[in-house]
Design a protein around this ligand. Sequence first.
Ligand SMILES: NC(=O)c1ccc[n+]([C@@H]2O[C@H](COP(=O)([O-])OP(=O)(O)OC[C@H]3O[C@@H](n4cnc5c(N)ncnc54)[C@H](OP(=O)(O)O)[C@@H]3O)[C@@H](O)[C@H]2O)c1
Length: 254
Amino acid sequence: MKLQGKIAVITGGNSGIGFGIAKEFEKEGAQGAIHGRNQEKLDRSQKELGASFIGIKGDVTNFTDLENLFKETSEKFGKIDILVISAGGGVGEGSLTPLDQMTEEAFDRMTDLNYKSAYFTVQKSLPYLNDGASIIFITSITSEMGAPGFSLYCAAKAALGSLVRSFSAELVGRGIRVNAISPGIIDTQALLTVGVPEEQVPHIQNMFIEKTPLGRMGKPSEIGKVATFLASNDSSFVIGEEINVDGGFMGVKQ
Ligand SMILES: NC(=O)c1ccc[n+]([C@@H]2O[C@H](COP(=O)([O-])OP(=O)(O)OC[C@H]3O[C@@H](n4cnc5c(N)ncnc54)[C@H](OP(=O)(O)O)[C@@H]3O)[C@@H](O)[C@H]2O)c1
């Protein structure tokens, strides 16, 4: 039980990678809150996690919702030891737009979700975090690639990789460690959120699988296990790092 007695908040915790992380944390003895906008997914995921986790509904791009997330969690459990920022991905129409067709409105929605909300999630959490807490961003291997139409998503994830280092420097005085996990292709519904039609999802997933030396998608639980390492004292000498969990996509060539 590596996280016994620890209190965790996981944005995007009602689905996909965030939920996979919540399940691993629960197995390791953590309690806390999962967060997301969709009440039905929140209820279903909270039920599967059991009584040690609560579901809190909210939008990470809304500061009142963010403040409420931390207030409600600490009223229920006390101060927070682990913050995971997994909320992110597409915003529906306009998510994957080439440069010459991008609108300011779509630009703002993508960067609000994938960059600005992550910045302010950390800021709003600070009064509620215990000294010695662990903050974990979920970035993406796409931050080190260029892909047509993906510019905002890739750039926002690259920006989070940078925040990890500056926030580490700012928060080290409180013993707060900030790190990131950079996933490769993981088996979730994420591609639907960027507006990829359901029937094309396997095709795009296969394009990534072909370039993944392990020859398959990762599972949310495999991100959860690395998050458990970063959340626990096992990683006590690790700060300002971004760990690729990608089946060798970035580093291994065959
Ligand atoms: N799957 C992959 O291959 C992959 C690879 C690299 C990185 N990632 C990153 O991993 C993270 C999780 O994605 P996923 O693959 O697990 O996809 P997912 O299942 O679609 O999860 C996205 C999560 O973000 C939440 N969310 C989205 N917009 C939100 C908002 N405005 N306010 C609050 N919550 C919001 C969603 O909940 P609601 O819809 O209920 O709000 C959901 O819980 C994302 O940051 C994504 O960029 C995924």
